[in-house]
Structure formats: C-alpha cells, structure tokens
Ligand binder design. Structure first.
Ligand code: 13P
Ligand code: SF4
Length: 374
C-alpha cells in the first residue's frame, strides 16, 4: 500500500514536540479513541498506547472494545486488518503508516496458496476439508499464522481451518490434527516446525517444506502423501538472525544464563534455548524470574530494551549484539501517529484499513476460531 509523504513540518518534528502534540490530540479525542501498541513498537510510541500486547492479545482487545469509535493500531498491516475484521462496521481502524507491513506475511500470497492447493489436489488424489468432507483424498486443514494477508485468512476460513498466533499455535495445530489428516501451515516454516516438534512430531519424517517457486513445492508425491505437516517456506528476517553460536557465546560469558527465544527462530536455536514463546510469554517469564537472574532474549530489540529497563533487578540482553529493530514495525514513527491523531481531531479518518466481504466474512470465521483456541 502506498503511503504519501507527510507534510514537511510534521516529518521534521523533534521527539518532544511530537510527544506534546500526540498528547494534546489524544486529550481532545477522549474515550472515542483507543490506541493499541504491539510490544515491538519503539518507546516513543508505546508510551501512548492504552493497551499493549502480542498479536493474540491485541486481536482480543480489538474484539472486546465496542465502545471505541476509532482504534489506532500501532503495529503492522496484518494486525490492523485483523482488528478491522474483528470490530463492528461502525468502528474505524487506522494504521498510522501504510508502509508498515511484514516481510514474512509477504512471503505467501493468494495466487501461490491457491496454486499449492491445486497441486495438492492432484498429488493426493483429491483433498477434503473440514467444511467439505465428501469426496476423496486426505482432510487437509489449512492453518495460517496471523502474520498473513486477510485474503489468506479467508482462504483458510472457507476451508474450515484456523488462524493462529505464536501464543496459541500448539493448541491450534493440535486441534487441526485431531480433526484432519494433514496441516498446511503458512507462511512461517519455523513456527510450524517448532510447533510440530512441541507436539511430539519428527521434523524429518512428519514434515515437508513447501517452496512456492518449485513444482510440488520441491517434494515428491510420496513425501506429500506421508507428511502430516506441509510447511510453507517463509521466515521472519528478524528472528532468523539468531543462531546457536550466539547461545553458546551467551552461556560461556554468563554461566547460569536463561535463554528464551521467539518460536519464529530456527528449530536448532529453539532447541539450544531453555524456553520459547510469544512476546507475551517472554515478558511473563522474564518478569517472573528471580532477582539477580540473567536473561538472553532472542526477539526484537525494542522489546528486549524495554524488558531490561522494566526489570532493573535482572540482567536482560539481546542474544544478537547487532540485532536491528523490525524495520517495518519501526515505520510507525511518532510523526505518523501525530498526523493520524491530528487529522482525527479535524474530523478526517486517514489510513483507515477496511476489509470487505466476502474476504471479511471468511477471514472472520478463521479469526473467531483462533480466539476460541486459546
Ligand atoms: P507475537 O505473536 O509474539 O506478537 O509475534 C508477532 C510477530 O510479528 C513476531 O515477529
Ligand atoms: Fe514480521 Fe518479523 Fe517484523 Fe514480526 S518481527 S512483524 S514477523 S518482519
């Protein structure tokens, strides 16, 4: 989506000015406005959030605040889309900068996913779904990570599948495999693989990787028939930076360190760590750690810095000394938040994210299922 440049005077605001103007606009908008902030947002944004959370928590907040006329979503595009789908038509969801996307979400598009499904139908002698159980072939349950476009969520919803987040992936995948024969998991291969391993599946025997740029995803028909997990070849550019060598280094430098990583990291990294979980889980574990404990954290740097500041009785550091912020989350600059709020004060809703039927209808089915599978 195209984001027009901001007027010069806004683009050049110094932090203190932006902060004051954001506060002033908020005060005028009062209870009509709710600002949601993802944990990866920078401090200059998160301090203005009414509620902060991981993607699951923010989706639940959006669904349970019908009194908010406008929700300004400080996160990335797929999160704002999910919020729009989960809120009433009378509520507006605003993404302050339309360029705030997610590189992982962009690794699967609807044409590729439809193409994958068609190839599976041919290779497996038909495919049945939870919403169309008649016919031949295995029951394939599509599960999409919430980091995906709304039309992929609709694809999943129409076929009886579910959305998941990093905090409910094990429950969602368990549900899918109890009901069906195979799971098609997209777009993050690592969350899919780590979740399968958590549930006791073997990554070599039970899983195969679907490369959307190769015929049959780069697999033989036999592999597709055997596998219970078909994992889309997508990844997060932030979390794939963490390595086993960094963990070994942290353990050497800090004997007794607790290593906790996000499940978007590679399987070897998750295996070498002590714990893994969504951003909310990481916060909970570090916060509950005993005073004096040392934590090496494998996730986005804004969250790690905040955890370190909010836990002065512990040592908290990022596993990768050179890790950068998620560049797309970082596009929610205070100038953009200021601009979107000041336009609201003037009665203009800018950057509204609207998902229309039929995508809205089916995506809602998949998101509602996600909220139940907590
Ligand atoms: P959470 O589900 O932990 O919020 O993660 C979202 C995300 O984009 C992580 O990269
Ligand atoms: Fe997407 Fe990775 Fe950024 Fe999360 S951290 S929003 S998965 S690019």
């Amino acid at each position: 989506m195209y984001q027009a440049p901001l007027p010069k005077e806004l683009a050049e605001l110094v932090p203190e000015e932006a902060d004051g103007r954001i506060r002033a606009a908020r005060a005028k908008l009062g209870r009509r406005l709710m600002i949601l902030g993802h944990h990866y947002q920078r401090d200059e944004i998160i301090r203005h959030a009414d509620l902060r959370g991981d993607s699951f928590k923010l989706a639940s907040h959006a669904a349970s605040h019908p009194e908010a006329e406008v929700i300004v979503f400080c996160g990335v595009h797929f999160m704002a889309e999910s919020a729009d789908i989960l809120t009433a038509d009378s509520q507006a969801v605003v993404l302050p900068n339309l360029a705030a996307g997610c590189s992982m979400a962009d690794m699967a598009n609807i044409i590729q996913v439809r193409n994958c499904w068609r190839q599976l139908e041919e290779a497996l002698g038909g495919v049945r779904t939870l919403s169309s159980i008649e016919g031949s072939g295995p029951i394939v349950v599509p599960v999409t990570y919430i980091n995906s476009a709304a039309n992929l969520k609709a694809f999943v919803g129409e076929r009886g599948g579910t959305v998941c987040t990093s905090s409910n992936a094990p429950v969602a995948v368990r549900w899918a495999l109890d009901k069906g024969d195979k799971v098609l998991f997209f777009p993050d291969q690592h969350l899919g693989r780590n979740t399968g391993v958590k549930l006791g599946y073997d990554p070599e025997r039970d899983m195969c990787l679907w490369d959307p740029f190769k015929p049959l995803g780069g697999n033989t028909v036999e592999r597709l028939q055997e596998a219970r997990f078909l994992l889309w070849k997508g990844h997060c550019s932030v979390h794939s930076r963490f390595t086993v060598a960094q963990i070994a280094d942290a353990r050497r430098r800090h004997p007794g360190v607790r290593v906790i990583v996000h499940p978007e990291c590679e399987l070897e990294v998750v295996r070498a760590s002590d714990m893994n979980g969504s951003t909310e889980t990481i916060i909970r574990e570090v916060t509950a750690g005993e005073p004096g404990s040392v934590w090496a954290v494998g996730t986005e740097i804004n969250l790690v810095h905040r955890l370190s500041q909010e836990n002065p009785d512990k040592t908290v550091f990022c596993l990768d000394p050179d890790v950068c912020p998620c560049s797309t989350m970082y596009r929610i600059h205070p100038s953009f938040l200021c601009w979107s709020l000041e336009r609201l004060v003037e009665g203009e809703v800018v950057n509204q994210i609207v998902v229309r039927d039929p995508v809205r209808h089916f995506a809602r089915e998949a998101l509602d299922r996600m909220l139940v599978l907590a």
